[in-house]
Design a protein around this ligand. Structure first.
Ligand SMILES: Nc1nc2c(ncn2[C@@H]2O[C@H](COP(=O)(O)OP(=O)(O)OP(=O)(O)O)[C@@H](O)[C@H]2O)c(=O)[nH]1
Ligand SMILES: [Mg+2]
Length: 225
């Protein structure tokens, strides 16, 4: 399902009755497709144009609505480094998966397809929520190597997963990604500017040194989930 949302909207959670108040989202995809940029835009309202490879980072977003709490742990993974044990652990422990490709990189779509298969193989018992994100839609139609109609019909009809077109650079539909995954996870939400948002951990790139010091790198500091 294609989501459309105003990029200035904020995600808030109407969690009554929410079956679960702690979610672990795992963001996966090929190298440099924009995984970190999406998380950074969602949690910290920042787009970082320089590229720095991620090894693995855990971020946490906390949402309060009328005193009810939702904790979103968001695991940012590496697209280029292959650590099978880390990947397996990420797949085993995720409640939901965001698989990102870049619309100007056909091989990144194949990577998403392969990651999806790994998730299905590893978690055959569960109907685990998966959202496929077509990122970098800002590059323009002439640089797109995968047509939106082709990707959307494959993802939604053949795979039965959610599909979101987004641009982390222009902050287009970033909230839509998280709305879609929460919708699939049956967490009730609404859009409201009134939510209190508390963010812990920061991406390793970005200018705010004070915030950066709060960064939780999973390999050095685990967030108790
Ligand atoms: N034009 C455009 N560039 C983007 C977008 N999102 C990310 N980028 C750029 O693409 C490059 C890679 O972005 P990252 O977010 O670091 O990619 P990643 O998927 O986290 O990469 P790894 O951590 O190596 O797996 C950076 O230079 C970003 O600025 C987007 O929506 N549009
Ligand atoms: Mg990254």
């Amino acid at each position: 399902m294609k989501m459309s949302s105003n990029s200035s909207d904020r995600l808030s959670v109407n969690s009554s009755p929410s079956p679960k108040s702690h979610y672990r989202l795992v963001v996966m995809g090929g190298a440099a497709v924009g995984k970190t940029a999406i998380i950074s835009q969602f949690l910290y309202d920042q787009f970082v144009s320089e590229y720095k490879e991620t090894i693995e980072e855990l971020h946490r977003g906390e949402y309060d609505m009328n005193g009810v709490h939702l904790t979103l742990d968001i695991l940012d993974t590496s697209g280029s480094l292959s650590f099978p044990a880390m990947r397996k652990l990420a797949i085993d422990t995720g409640d939901a998966f965001v698989l990102v490709y870049s619309v100007d990189d056909e091989s990144s779509f194949q990577e998403v397809s392969s990651l999806r298969q790994q998730i299905l193989d590893e978690r055959p018992e569960s109907d685990v929520p998966i959202v496929i994100v077509a990122n970098k839609t800002d590059v323009g139609d002439d640089r797109r190597s995968i047509l939106p109609e082709t990707a959307e019909s494959l993802v939604c009809l053949d795979w039965g997963n959610g599909y979101v077109e987004a641009s982390a650079k222009n902050n287009v539909n970033i909230v839509g990604i998280f709305k879609e995954i929460l919708r699939q996870s049956k967490v009730r939400y609404e859009l409201s500017p009134a939510v209190r948002r508390r963010r812990e951990s920061m991406p390793s790139t970005g200018g705010d040194k004070k915030k950066q010091s709060k960064m939780a790198k999973r390999r050095t500091q685990s967030v108790n989930t």
